[in-house]
Design a protein around this ligand. Structure first.
Ligand code: ACO
Length: 361
């Protein structure tokens, strides 16, 4: 048995390849560095979904914009009922109201849904009315427009696009595996996406983003970093934003997102003392982890820098995992389609280690 299915190959995919030793991520044959910061989320969906839908248009901008509006119209009356619920749970509940087909129209609605629901629920939480999607905007710009009070500056939309493109797909991670397990039963795309959404929520997967900011807040100043980190590690706690099941070197997505953060900072939209603190904390954490866990390379993962990026874009930290979902849903859909088309029912075995059958008295 392999605990956590470590090193088990459970699917063949044409979607993405994660090389944990080289620190390399390939998506549909292209290295991440040639995609992040260079294309929009809509184009990334087109790349990922190519070959999985017979009616896929070459440009998904307008179909995705229309889907944002359709999602909004489908759930606008129910939104207020979720104003008091945690945002992630509200998104999950409202997404469950959408269709569960396997065709392109369902895929577009699902891909659009978190990006529409998240800003609407954030606004309701703060007592503001939700804003209707603007179909003349790109996907990232519209998400920021629905969150704020106007269309965002291009640099902010570009930063969000870079994030959405960077984290869209990543091999057989826990949430993608969950999506593929459900797809292997030939359930619909919504069932797969909801399973994946549940898996992403935990702090060992997509739930570490907010706690990264909690850590930076708790440290406060660069000179506090070493002692704070030492105390965490000697108390047996984990440092959020570090370590990965596959990568034994720095996660290439951390570099792509640090670059996006630096570009956003050039437009004056980021508190540079915050970046300086994060850079210092990262160095102190890597040194401490190497000392405490010498047998295991624990490097910066994908959750460390986007926490600062998303904070600078105005998203509250309790929404960070949902923004991750707003990107990764594109990958979940592609994997679900691939699994349904090529795979077999996923049904592993367990080894029974409980008591034997009771003897009759
Ligand atoms: N801080 C301190 N110690 C750590 C960390 C960390 N961030 N990550 C792993 N370790 C230690 C473990 O305590 C364990 O030590 P031990 O062997 O002395 O008990 C050893 O490294 C191996 O840990 P595992 O849990 O077996 O490694 P796994 O591959 O399952 O862990 C995980 C991967 C869950 C991401 C882990 O590194 C972690 O918890 N990181 C912190 C949370 C985080 O950043 N999550 C986001 C992950 S990225 C993503 O999913 C999108």
């Amino acid at each position: 048995m392999s605990n956590g299915l470590e090193d088990v190959v459970a699917a063949e995919t044409i979607l993405s390849d994660v090389d944990g030793l080289a620190g390399r991520l390939i998506i549909r044959g292209q290295p991440l560095e040639t995609l992040a910061g260079r294309m929009t989320y809509e184009d990334m969906l087109g790349l990922l979904w190519d070959g999985f839908f017979p009616d896929l248009p070459s440009d998904l901008s307008q179909p995705l914009a229309k889907a944002r509006l359709d999602v909004y119209r489908a759930i606008e009356r129910e939104l207020p009922f979720f104003a008091d619920r945690p945002i992630y749970d509200g998104i999950r509940a409202l997404m469950a109201r959408l269709p569960d087909g396997t065709e392109l129209d369902t895929a577009l609605l699902l891909a659009a849904a978190p990006s529409v629901l998240l800003p609407a629920l954030v606004r309701l939480h703060t007592g503001k009315p939700p804003r209707v999607p603007d179909t003349s905007l790109g996907h990232a710009a519209d998400m920021l427009s629905m969150l704020g009070d106007a269309a965002p500056a291009p640099a902010r939309a570009a930063a969000l696009d870079a994030y959405l493109v960077t984290v869209v797909d990543h091999g057989l991670n826990a949430s993608t595996f969950a999506a593929r397990v459900v797809a292997s039963t030939l359930a619909g795309l919504n069932s797969s996406a909801l399973a994946a959404l549940g898996a992403l929520k935990g702090p060992r997967h997509g739930g570490a983003l907010g706690p990264v900011l909690d850590m930076l807040d708790a440290i406060g100043k660069p000179e506090n970093a070493a002692a704070w980190i030492e105390n965490e590690l000697t108390s047996g706690r984990r440092l959020m934003g570090f370590g990965h099941r596959i990568y034994r070197v720095r996660d290439p997505r951390a570099d792509a997102l640090k670059a996006a953060l630096d570009r956003l900072a050039q437009s004056g939209a980021v508190d540079t003392t915050r970046i300086a603190l994060a850079t210092h904390v990262e160095a102190a954490a890597l040194a401490a982890l190497a000392r405490h866990k010498p047998g295991r390379v624990l490097a910066t993962n994908v959750e460390f820098y986007p926490a600062l990026l998303l904070e600078a874009l105005g998203f509250p930290r309790e929404t960070f995992t949902a923004i991750f979902a707003a990107s990764r849903i594109g990958g979940w859909i592609a994997h679900a389609k691939e699994e349904a088309a090529t795979g077999k029912l996923i049904r592993p075995q367990s080894r029974y280690v409980g008591p034997g059958p009771r003897q009759a008295a």
